[in-house]
Design a protein around this ligand. Structure first.
Ligand SMILES: [Cu+2]
Length: 448
């Protein structure tokens, strides 16, 4: 081991001098790789020829233009992050947040991205899915020296593509991604596309292992993730996607979870999958879906016209991914007869209450004492009661007649369009007979 470490260090020392100018050299070689230098189309700024991306609960990374180059600056650093009120953790992120700010640029732009490392260990920046010179690919040890704590590296390349991509470190990936170092990298097409996108959202899907009562995500966890997030937030802290009726909507989904793929389901609509991180899907190859699987290390972009007003759920369809820190490591009590159990246990544990025998839906409605800094039973307030979901869940709010994209509140349903208790008259008219309850022991039936 030591010998290997020594060799590695010697190698790094030997190549260290070259690494500083590596950016410049790579930039100079770039034209070479792609044949004769092509005329560079003028860079288009946001709000000029495309609809800027909205990152719910997030921001886009500001930039300045220096001699025609878009200059960005990312600072990798520890951040104190709130997943939802009640759950704060010590994470790692960029520029004070996780996920990091969305990098937004235009096909043909030359970008220069400075990365300052304020972490306690080295890092690097890998622009995921972006076509660039090998030396700009950000794989520590393979294509560059690691960025040591306190150092600032420069990445520079020209964007030869458009689409939905991501960025993340490629050093100590298991720890650095698990703690929140990740972000979206959106490249708009050079030629404005038709039909025009009116609302363009970017959502990063992630998962965390955060034991109730602790404040540090556990990067060693391989399978049991209990905080599953959209842009590092869980419902009800996820900001809704607000859209005017009739607008063409694009939702860009990226997944940098450790091990879980997320089937993201949208209610009320059928959408087209128009893009992966490999580029645009030709129209002839697109097909309609209501759920799109976003595999680990991938992006999927969906599009639809928001013609149906309402409050529509947008969520992962893995049911454990719309829970917060609950549903794990509990004994299964569904259907268990618990008559008299509470009284017996209360002699030892005052205030004890058995839960879950009739299902677990009631848990999010109860105000139970929970471990410090945990949200095992957090639900969201809804117009018809508590919304018993958390985690990877948000709401698409489509409205007629709004003039801004602030949260418009809950949808006002037209009369006669809300599911409601059936009246005796309804049942009689339609000849529906409700069977008497079945007294099957062991199915939650309460004894007398
Ligand atoms: Cu999921």
């Amino acid at each position: 081991m030591r010998e290997l470490a020594m060799k590695r260090r010697t190698f790094l020392l030997a190549t260290g001098a070259g690494a500083l100018t590596g950016g410049l050299m790579a930039a100079a070689q770039e034209g070479h790789e792609h044949g004769p230098p092509r005329p560079r189309p003028p860079g288009g700024g946001p709000r000029q020829d495309h609809t800027p991306v909205v990152t719910p609960n997030g921001v886009s990374l500001p930039f300045k233009v220096v001699d025609g180059v878009k200059v960005f600056h990312l600072v990798a650093e520890p951040v104190r992050h709130e997943f939802a009120p009640g759950l704060v953790a010590e994470c790692w992120g960029y520029n004070g947040r996780t996920p990091g700010p969305t990098i937004e640029a235009v096909e043909g732009d030359r970008v220069r991205i400075y990365v300052t490392n304020r972490l306690p260990e080295p890092t690097s920046l890998h622009p995921h899915g972006i076509l660039l010179p090998s030396g700009m690919d950000g794989v520590a040890g393979l294509t560059q020296k690691k960025i040591e704590p306190g150092e600032t590296f420069r990445y520079e390349f020209t964007l030869h593509q458009h689409g939905t991509n991501m960025y993340h470190p490629h050093f100590d990936e298991m720890v650095q991604l698990a703690l929140g170092l990740q972000g979206m990298f959106v490249i708009h097409p050079r030629e404005p596309r038709e039909p025009r996108i009116d609302r363009d959202f970017a959502i990063m899907l992630s998962e965390w292992a955060l034991d109730p009562g602790t404040a540090r995500p556990d990067p060693l966890e391989m399978t049991e993730f209990n905080v599953v997030t959209m842009n590092s937030k869980v419902f009800p802290a996820t900001e809704p996607l607000v859209v005017k009726r009739g607008e063409r909507v694009r939702i860009r989904l990226g997944n940098l979870s450790a091990t879980d793929h997320h089937p993201i389901h949208l209610h009320g609509y059928r959408f087209q999958v128009v893009e992966t991180d490999g580029g645009a899907v030709p129209p002839s190859a697109q097909f309609p879906e209501t759920t799109v699987l976003v595999p680990v290390g991938s992006t999927r972009t969906v599009e639809f016209v928001a013609d149906a007003p309402g409050d529509w759920a947008l969520h992962c369809h893995m049911t454990h991914h719309i829970m917060n820190q609950m549903g794990h490591a509990f004994p299964n009590l569904v259907g268990v007869r618990t008559d008299g159990l509470d009284e017996k246990v209360r002699r030892l544990l005052p205030g004890y209450m058995t839960m879950g025998a009739a299902g677990m839906g009631a848990m999010s409605e109860m105000q139970m004492p929970v471990p410090r800094n945990s949200i095992p039973m957090l639900g969201g307030p809804g117009p018809f009661g508590v919304i018993g979901m958390g985690g990877m869940f948000t709401i698409l709010k489509v409205r007629e007649g709004i003039t801004a994209y602030d949260d418009p509140g809950w949808y006002g349903h037209p009369p006669e369009t809300v599911a409601s208790p059936a009246s005796a008259e309804d049942l009689r008219r339609d000849g529906v007979e409700v069977p008497p309850p079945q007294a099957a022991p062991g199915h939650g039936h309460r004894g007398h």
